[in-house]
Design a protein around this ligand. Structure first.
Ligand SMILES: NC(=O)c1ccc[n+]([C@@H]2O[C@H](COP(=O)([O-])OP(=O)(O)OC[C@H]3O[C@@H](n4cnc5c(N)ncnc54)[C@H](OP(=O)(O)O)[C@@H]3O)[C@@H](O)[C@H]2O)c1
Length: 181
C-alpha cells in the first residue's frame, strides 16, 4: 500500500520558514547525514514528490543544482511557472486527490513525499490521504513564519530519535481531532 509522508524540518514553535521564506536558521544546524531519520534513507523509498509553489520557487532560487530530484515532482500552483531543462516537474492545481492518483501511478509501488508547505500537507490530510508525518525539530523558535501544519488532527507517536541538534519524530495521522468529530 502506497504511503504518503510529510517529511520536514520545523522550529520548536511549529514554523517551516521565516515570514520571508528564509531557512537560514535551519541550514546552519548540525546534522549527521547518516544518522537517524536521515534524508538519504528516506528519499530512497520515495517514487514521487509534491510541493507548493513557494517551496518550488525556494528550491529553484537556493539549490546549487538546477533540479536535484530524480523522481517525478508535482508542483501545485495557479500560475504558469518555469521548469528547469530536463526536470520531471508537472504543474497542477485544485483538488489534491487527482494529484495523489497520478503520483501513485508514477511512483511504481514506492511511497510519496509531501515536501511542503504546511497548508498543502493539510489539503492531503483533509482528503484523508496523509498517512504519516516525520519532523526534525530544530532548536530554534521564530515566533512567526510559515506554519508546519495549520490543521486540527489527532496523531499517534510511532518513533523518536535524536540526530545531533534535532529531535526527530514519526507520527501516524489518525484523522480529524477527536473534539471536532
Ligand atoms: N523547514 C523545511 O524543511 C521546509 C520544507 C518545505 C518547505 N519549506 C519552506 O516553507 C515555506 C512554505 O511556504 P508556504 O507554506 O507558503 O507554501 P507552499 O505550499 O510551498 O506554497 C503555497 C502556494 O502553492 C500554491 N498552491 C497550494 N495549493 C494549491 C492548490 N491546491 N492549487 C493551486 N495552487 C496551490 C499557491 O500558490 P500559487 O497558486 O500562487 O502558485 C500557494 O500560495 C517555503 O519558504 C519553503 O521553502 C521548508
Amino acid at each position: 500500500m502506497t504511503k504518503l509522508t510529510y517529511y520536514t524540518a520545523t522550529t520548536l514553535d511549529g514554523f517551516l520558514a521565516d515570514p520571508d521564506d528564509s531557512l537560514a536558521w535551519l541550514l546552519r544546524q548540525q546534522i549527521d547525514d547518516d544518522g537517524p531519520f536521515n534524508y538519504g534513507q528516506f528519499i530512497a523509498g520515495i517514487g514521487a514528490i509534491v510541493m507548493g509553489s513557494t517551496t518550488y520557487e525556494w528550491v529553484l532560487r537556493n539549490d546549487p543544482e538546477p533540479w536535484s530530484y530524480t523522481v517525478p515532482a508535482w508542483v501545485l500552483t495557479s500560475r504558469v511557472l518555469d521548469i528547469p531543462e530536463g526536470a520531471d516537474v508537472r504543474l497542477a492545481s485544485g483538488d489534491v486527490r487527482t494529484v495523489y492518483s497520478r503520483m501513485v501511478e508514477a511512483a511504481g509501488g514506492r511511497d510519496l513525499w509531501v515536501v511542503g508547505g504546511g497548508n498543502l500537507a493539510g489539503q492531503f490530510a483533509d482528503a484523508g490521504l496523509l498517512d504519516e508525518i516525520i519532523v526534525s525539530i530544530a532548536p530554534v523558535t521564530l515566533g512567526s513564519g510559515k506554519p508546519l501544519l495549520p490543521r486540527r488532527l489527532d496523531l499517534r507517536l510511532a518513533e523518536t530519535s535524536r540526530n545531533r541538534a534535532f529531535v526527530c519524530a514519526r507520527y501516524q495521522v489518525l484523522g480529524r481531532l477527536r473534539e471536532d468529530r
